[in-house]
Design a binder for this molecule. Structure first.
Ligand code: ATR
Length: 283
């Protein structure tokens, strides 16, 4: 008697909108390259339906999901166990459903950014002076990992300064532990230049241009937009015009996925190869 093959392990990305998500393609390629047998789907979740969406997915036997806009802040409340990174960021982008029914939440966005800067772009964070522009969810997800990666100084600059101050306050203990200097400023008040400038604002989506003066750049600075594709182009053109090295967030996307894949499967995928393939197919 022949038995039918067991279904492949099930994962997904949940968001709204989610049609644009490149996570299914990235995870499918990781699975192919590591010989892991899994299915990775896209799930469009009603805006008020996140809790039900997670329940439905686990009832289907789902083993893990990535969480994207706008549910990253709701995700920690679904978890039995939150990593330190989730507690610091107040947001999660990875849920893992354990055999005992518990749910583990993690946030791999900052790890992805750090991996892309240090490994793929080959720029040191250890001892670096970093300007983080923005203080919303995207910035909150990466500040802890930037400090843990050894940045010597981080200025958080945001249009609404009170939000930058709140982010700095919630990270002050970590900064002290890391012996890093951490400041909150309004974008107009930033006077120094920096080794690394990270755009974590939505200003390009709002068509509002670059939210900091060009004096933050110097030749050879790394200017990094956490977005990719057309949304990152304005910032990257501005940075290149001022002699900085411009980089978009495609590598961060691939590396945060690689961290999630490693958490779920216990296998590290060849993320640099997959990033290179994605850049080739886009050009
Ligand atoms: P995300 O999760 O993408 O970070 P968010 O939490 O809404 O989204 O945060 C958006 C960020 O982009 C904030 O830092 C926001 O600045 P405010 O806190 O002052 O709102 C920033 N942002 C959005 N539009 C902007 C603009 N036109 N100029 C400058 N900053 C802008």
């Amino acid at each position: 008697m022949t038995s039918s093959p067991s279904p492949a392990d099930l994962y997904c990305v949940m968001g709204n909108p989610v049609a644009h998500s490149r996570s299914p393609a990235i995870h499918a390629r990781f699975a192919e390259l590591t010989g892991q047998r899994l299915r990775y789907e896209r799930r469009l979740i009603e805006l008020d339906g996140f809790v039900q969406g997670v329940r439905d997915f686990t009832a289907e036997g789902g083993l893990g999901c990535n969480i994207t806009v706008p549910f990253k802040f709701e995700a920690p409340a679904m978890a039995t166990v939150c990593s330190d990174r989730v507690r610091l960021a107040g947001a999660a982008n990875v849920l893992s459903f354990q055999p005992d029914g518990s749910i583990h939440a993690d946030n791999t966005d900052g790890l992805g950014l750090v991996a892309d800067i240090t490994r793929n772009a080959d720029v040191a964070l250890q001892g670096a002076r970093v300007l983080l522009v923005g203080a919303g969810g995207a910035a909150a997800g990466v500040l802890g990992p930037l400090l843990e990666a050894g940045a010597a100084h981080v200025t958080v600059a945001n249009r609404t300064v009170a939000k930058a101050e709140a982010l700095v306050a919630s990270h002050s203990a970590l900064a002290a532990l890391q012996k890093a200097e951490l400041l909150a400023l309004s974008p107009q008040a930033v006077e120094a230049d920096f080794d690394i400038i990270i755009n974590a604002t939505a200003s390009s989506l709002a068509g509002a241009g670059v939210p900091v003066p060009a004096s933050v750049l110097r030749p050879g600075s790394l200017a990094y937009d956490m977005m990719y594709g057309p949304a990152a182009q304005g910032f990257m053109d501005w940075a290149s015009a001022h002699g900085a090295v411009a980089r978009d967030g495609l590598g961060m996307l691939v590396e945060q996925a690689a961290e999630a894949f490693a958490l779920w499967r216990g296998v590290r995928p060849p993320s640099a190869q997959v990033l290179e393939e994605m850049r080739q197919s886009a050009s």
